[in-house]
Write a protein that binds this ligand. Sequence first.
Ligand SMILES: Cc1cc2nc3c(=O)[nH]c(=O)nc-3n(C[C@H](O)[C@H](O)[C@H](O)COP(=O)(O)OP(=O)(O)OC[C@H]3O[C@@H](n4cnc5c(N)ncnc54)[C@H](O)[C@@H]3O)c2cc1C
Length: 580
Amino acid sequence: MTDTSLVFMRSLAAGRIEQEVLFPFPTLDPKEAETLGPVLESIDQLLGSRAEEFRKWDVEGKLPPEFLQEMREFGLFGLIIPEDQGGLAFGNLAYSRTLQQVARHDASVAVTIGAHSSIGMRGLKLYGTDAQKARWYGKLASGEMIAAFCLTEPGSGSDAASIKTTAVDAGDHWLLNGSKLWITNGGIADFFTVFAKTGEVDQKGKLSGFIVTKDMPGVSIGAPEDKMGIRASSTTMVFFENVKVPKENLLGPLNGGFKVAMNILNSGRSGVGGGTVGGMKKLIGLSSSYAMERKQFGQPIGTFGLIQQKIGHMVVDCYAAESAVTMVAALSDRGYEDYSIEAAIVKIFTSEALWRTVDEALQTAGGTGFMRELPYERMLRDCRVNRIWEGTNEVMRLFIALTALNDVGQGLREMSGSLKGIFNDPIKGFGVFYEYARRRANWATGLPAGKSSLSKAHVALRPQAEQFEDLVRSLAAMADRLLRKHGKDIVGKQFATRRLADVMIDLFVLACVISRVSSALEKKGTEGAQQELQIARVFAGQVQWCASSNFRKIDENDDELIQSLAKHAYERGGYSWDVL
Ligand SMILES: Cc1cc2nc3c(=O)[nH]c(=O)nc-3n(C[C@H](O)[C@H](O)[C@H](O)COP(=O)(O)OP(=O)(O)OC[C@H]3O[C@@H](n4cnc5c(N)ncnc54)[C@H](O)[C@@H]3O)c2cc1C
């Protein structure tokens, strides 16, 4: 039986490799796969011939109502809702694969479906009571109601706990007041998952979730935002003025809304990942064809090394991203209790991989790529938001590193019996750290038994597995070193925590690639999985290079110089020099 309490990344920073979490590489449940095939085909039928319309809707800044109706009829709003309520009952893996297929055709359509299922109604699925589900599932499955997720406010973005919208207990109802900013599906939604303060006015973080419907008096919608990308998806403000929300519309525990919101975002992240992989696959197709068709200097540009370098890296990025998305979606489906770091990693890695891919695809197309007639520039605009929303990549990096360091700190506490003293005075705590470091040195020579190796990797991947094991030991040493160097102040050392997060991101994705290629090797043999083996080698090489650079920079870096230059720019209100 699977031990769903195991956590891969949280253990990794402490030097333990919980390989059973990632091996064997997940596959889709056969019953789900049977349903998924026809769904993917029908998506291609619905969207495949509409390239011109997607271009037009991008310029107009909306999806026409007739098209939304077609989406409803195709069942695109019922993907994660149980079958007996009219949905397709997809788990996260099948759901993310579906979004991938949609995103190959158009990002705005993928975002409309994603905002509905990944975040808009995800709270109902995760925290709804039976009565709430019975009341709304049917309408959400048919798309009669489209859902939106309302957390962000004008004064509250990354710092979600600082929202100002209030829900006051007024006896038989909640009185909701406030405004929400940049709400995806805002202009087409009827069902809103809204977060509001339910604690004392000066208390930060006491939030609760509520189900609010558009027909409630006092709910109003702002004008459509004029956006850089995903222009055909609806983004608006949503206002709540003395809205009487019935008591039974509380979603999840009272004052537990922050956790509810974070879990919704967590759970929805494989949706974003799926969409990004769809975009990458489309771009690789476009670039490969263009590279073979376009001739310069008497030969196809695809024969030039610098173009091959771009396309080869796109393939590696896409394979790595797809491996990580699949893994995290499966962790959620298998019921793992905490995969929040892994989900944050997927969000960061895939959004940045797609950004690199679209940039290089546009470059491969040269001036043609810059013209609006072809989809490159639109795809570049569309995908930029992925690094911003659902937790910016900066904030996600801090979350990854600080969660891991906190866990390592807990390990220290167990050893010393007093974490407080160490963090207050790292020098005084040196003896304990010394003991801890000694124990780590033991780990480096083979302890703890069974938890320091990636023995489930295929034998053909032994060099990459050993490289991974070495990097894990260095990661654990890095976490130790950072805590020893900065103690409690590590929280404010963002240059350092970013490096730790970057190593963790690379290591997780590498582990997913090794797991996937191992399964491919077992299934297809070394010949059949030759290219996948090459991908694993290239990706492992990249990881080694980046991680080594990050390890080196723990002690030797320009962090203070860079910080002082930023402060100088702040003081002067910008750049100070001119050659004149
Ligand atoms: C098109 C679009 C659709 C959206 N849809 C929704 C939606 O449906 N529902 C919803 O609730 N929200 C939605 N959002 C809001 C989105 O989630 C926020 O934009 C995001 O959380 C970031 O908040 P912010 O834009 O206020 O940036 P800020 O929080 O102001 O951040 C600005 C910059 O500072 C950095 N930063 C912030 N804090 C720190 C820190 N502690 N350390 C280091 N760097 C930091 C950020 O990374 C960023 O680079 C949407 C946004 C967009 C653009």
